[in-house]
Write a protein that binds this ligand. Structure first.
Ligand code: CMC
Length: 431
């Protein structure tokens, strides 16, 4: 933790309180209110955490006005172009880009943990066939604490390390199993001769009856999607993981909590919701109708894949994915994909509409990822599981950082209470 650099003053009721301030390496200065209640007897109020830094961190930095996303200082567009998912995982987990030997060692460790306990197959079979793969993943990842209890002690650094590797290694296997189960096909075991993304495609799309060759260009596109989703500082699911694990909950339970949070359509569930919206729009001529609905205060409809709490200029991940969508669709010979036409025209119309300009709403990462994933053959129900498996490394990196922090406390927000004050119980016959 850094030392205060200056002081802010808060005055009310004729009293004045000095509050220390911190200067970050990048981003806005921060007023430290940790002792405010003890000294002044007041709480601060910030539902939605729009002005509250809930922790200090050295992992990821976002400048929402400039559209910048850095992992350990490295810009996301450079990582997407020059690095690959497992190298970015190493960077997030350990703070620096690996040397060739460190990378090889890390890849070997991850690769040799890709299989899940065989008994987990039985656990999967308890779910209904039509269960959403996210529902299955929440349950199965939570159940990892039952299968891997030997790496669930958060106070043991070695067990934390083993749990991290297990989670990064097994999430693709679990996501692919959730998919296979939902379509009634046999589970496909991982292949350790394939890289991380290619192995995931193999586990999703191969069947025992036929030979399956992973297209290296598709594997590269998959790897880029994973890389772009790897971490995003203190978003809702990451904050959920931090809060859940601040009680000392084991890592598997905490990551399951993160997956549950990610599922919501305002967060990771937006990729599924966005593609469903593009399908509902269907043709370019219907775009004005949906734009009008998005602007209508009496209609709850929102343009899915548009807007972001932090980015107010551009989402750098969306820029990379837009180009990737063109490449992948061309490779698959489906550049005339009607959904891509609708998406491009919708983006064009929205970006030139005063409502979207004024509210700084533009396509986010979920706008183009669904088009790529659909072209690869994934059903919409798999979009959020893929987001979950890529974000797992971000959740774990943030969890490890928090657990290792000697100042860590259980997360326990306060409230502005507006309910009834104390009153006497009334017997039912007198109400
Ligand atoms: N379509 C139409 N209007 C919108 C949209 C949208 N997608 N997003 C925000 N607005 C309007 C909103 O109605 C509000 O208007 P007003 O000020 O008149 O009340 C204003 O813009 C600010 O919206 P907000 O809900 O206060 O903003 P927020 O920062 O709380 O929400 C958001 C951010 C991402 C939840 C929101 O933009 C949204 O619901 N977008 C659609 C869902 C989506 O694409 N989510 C994926 C986010 S990126 C992936 C991830 O990391 O999770």
């Amino acid at each position: 933790m850094t030392e205060p650099t200056k002081t802010a003053t808060l005055s009310f009721d004729g009293k004045t309180f000095d509050l220390p301030m911190f200067t970050p390496t990048a981003g806005p200065e921060v007023i430290d209110i940790r002792k405010l209640y003890g000294q002044a007897g007041v709480f601060t109020y910030d539902p939605g955490f729009t002005s509250t830094a809930a922790c200090d961190s050295t992992i990821t930095y976002i400048d929402g006005d400039e559209g910048i996303l850095l992992h350990r200082g490295y810009p996301i567009d450079q990582l997407a172009a020059k690095s690959h998912y497992l190298e970015v995982c190493y960077l997030l987990l350990y703070g620096e880009l690996p040397t060739a030997t460190q990378l090889e060692d890390f890849e070997t460790r991850v690769t040799h943990h890709t299989m899940v306990h065989e008994q987990m197959h039985n656990f999967f079979r308890g779910f209904r066939r039509d269960a959403h793969p996210m529902a299955t993943m929440v349950g199965v990842v939570g159940a990892m604490s039952a299968f891997y209890a030997d790496s669930a002690d958060v106070n043991d650094p070695w067990q934390r390390e083993v749990a991290s590797i297990r989670l990064v290694a097994k999430l693709p296997t679990i996501a692919a199993m959730a998919y296979k189960y939902s379509i009634g096909q046999p589970f496909v075991y991982p292949r350790n001769d394939l890289d991380y993304a290619a192995n995931f495609l193999h586990m999703c799309f191969s069947v025992p009856a036929e030979k399956y060759e992973v297209d290296p260009i598709l594997a590269r596109a998959m790897d880029r999607i994973l890389t772009l989703h790897a971490d995003h500082e203190q978003n809702a699911s990451t904050s959920t993981v931090r809060l859940a694990s601040s009680s000392g909950a084991n890592p598997f339970a905490s990551i399951a909590a993160g997956i549950a949070c990610l599922w919501g359509p305002a967060h990771g569930g937006a990729n599924q919701a966005c593609l469903e919206m593009l399908r509902e729009i269907g043709t370019v001529d219907r775009i004005p109708e949906f734009i009008a609905r998005a602007k209508d205060k009496n209609d709850p409809f929102r343009l899915m894949g548009f807007g972001h709490r932090v980015y107010k200029n551009t989402d750098p991940r969306a820029k990379v994915l837009k180009n990737s969508a063109d490449e992948v669709l061309e490779l698959l010979g489906v550049q005339d994909n009607p959904l891509l036409q609708v998406a491009k025209e919708l983006e064009h119309v929205a970006l030139n509409d005063p409502y979207f300009i004024e509210k700084k709403l533009f396509p986010n990462v979920d706008f183009y990822s669904g088009i790529i994933l659909e072209a690869m053959g994934f059903p919409t129900s798999m979009f959020t599981p893929i987001f979950a498996l890529s974000r797992t490394v971000g959740w774990i990196s943030q969890w490890k950082e928090m657990i290792a922090d000697p100042q860590m406390k259980i997360g326990r927000p306060r409230q502005l209470y507006l309910g009834a004050t104390a009153r006497d119980y009334v017997d039912v016959e007198n109400r």
